[in-house]
Design a protein around this ligand. Structure first.
Ligand code: COI
Length: 356
């Protein structure tokens, strides 16, 4: 990509900021967004920060028909000294390019994209909420914009970054959630797009989630797409179990999303000398551990969800109540440490923080 600068077109008036104690997830957006265009002729070009506004797209734009798109999710945190911090943002940029590769979208310049995110966050610094557990969620995404109904990679794209002041992802906050194991539908199969962060994975997950939502389940736990035997992920987070003193998490296999929080949890557990193993875990194994009392903890890990304890897992008609439905020690320690690093309250032994 050619060396380029970011044009600034800032709003003359600003929206009212929400009360940071009342924030939900992803419903409010800031005053500005970042946009950059791509064409096969010019490559990525025309990078700009503009007022947040609806996009004008041709109804035949390929995104509407074949879903060629990718996205990321990361957060900006405000420290008590007023510093603005990002958490391992380079990992998100790397994953965006891996998703791009899978979806036949041209790669972005990772360093430039990170620069653009930093610049946008700096413009919107006053939007970063201050209440405990809140942050400014950053949603970079790329859509295919060529007006064409043939099934082929688009020749035009837009890379956009929007920002949303957020509270907890689940209404339960950091209290344990109830998760249902999904036996009918599958999220991804080997060779599919499960490892990429692309809208289609999430669209296909809605049916199963809708079917259990009215029974109080926050999400479903996906099993492997072939045998429906091995645990994969929840969709908005990767999962971890503590069985008999050892933490286990499904090994990355091509259909599981490689979470930045997942990777950070593994690094922290190793740093603390807590045994952590990445391997296949079957539901039968989990049911056995639940029965013999060795299933000590379960929790999810993701950018939006942070660390989310799982208090109950329901498989067929069997309810596994885990750790008496309470937050476990490991989940609590991970939550406190990760948020401690992210909000600048704890030291950052791995150099994960990037200051804006
Ligand atoms: C994130 O954790 O940032 C995600 O992308 C999950 C999202 C679907 C809410």
């Amino acid at each position: 990509m050619e060396e380029q600068s970011i044009q600034m077109n800032l709003c003359s008036t600003r929206k009212e900021k929400p009360d940071s104690d009342q924030l939900e997830f992803g419903k409010i957006f800031t005053d500005h967004m970042f946009i950059m265009d791509y064409s096969d002729e010019k490559g990525w070009h025309d990078a700009r920060i503009t007022p947040y506004e609806p996009l004008r797209l041709d109804p035949s734009a390929m995104i509407f028909h074949y879903g060629q798109s990718v996205f990321e999710g990361l957060k900006a945190y405000l420290t008590s000294e007023g510093k603005v911090q990002l958490f391992r943002p380079e990992k998100n940029m790397q994953r965006l390019n891996r998703s791009n590769n899978r979806l036949c979208i041209p790669p972005i310049d990772e360093e430039f994209a990170l620069q653009a995110i930093k610049q946008l966050v700096a413009v919107e610094k006053d939007w970063i909420p201050r209440a405990e557990g809140t942050s400014l969620y950053i949603r970079p995404f790329i859509i295919s914009t060529e007006p064409y109904l043939g099934v082929a990679p688009s020749s035009h794209y837009q890379f956009i970054v929007i920002l949303s002041p957020v509270g907890a992802y689940y209404k339960e906050g950091i209290n344990p959630v109830k998760i249902a194991v999904e036996n009918q539908y599958v999220r991804a199969v080997l060779g599919g797009t499960g490892e990429a962060k692309t809208g289609g994975n999430y669209a296909s997950s809605l049916k199963a989630q809708e079917m259990v939502a009215d029974q109080g389940f926050a999400q479903v736990l996906w099993l492997d797409g072939v045998e429906k035997k091995y645990i994969e992920e929840v969709g908005s987070m990767n999962v971890f179990f503590k069985i008999n003193g050892e933490v286990v998490t499904p090994a990355l296999n091509g259909s599981i999303l490689e979470g930045v929080t997942r990777n950070s949890v593994i690094k922290l557990l190793k740093h603390w000398n807590v045994p952590i193993v990445e391997r296949k875990i079957s539901m039968e194994e989990l049911a056995k551990a639940n029965k013999d009392g060795t299933l000590e903890e379960a929790f999810g890990a993701g950018t939006a969800a942070v660390i989310s304890p799982i208090g109950q897992l329901t498989w067929n008609d069997e309810d596994f109540v885990i750790n008496h439905g309470k937050t476990g020690k490991i989940a609590k320690r991970l939550y406190d440490t990760l948020t401690g690093i992210q909000y600048g309250k704890e030291s950052d032994p791995f150099d994960w923080i990037v200051e804006v």
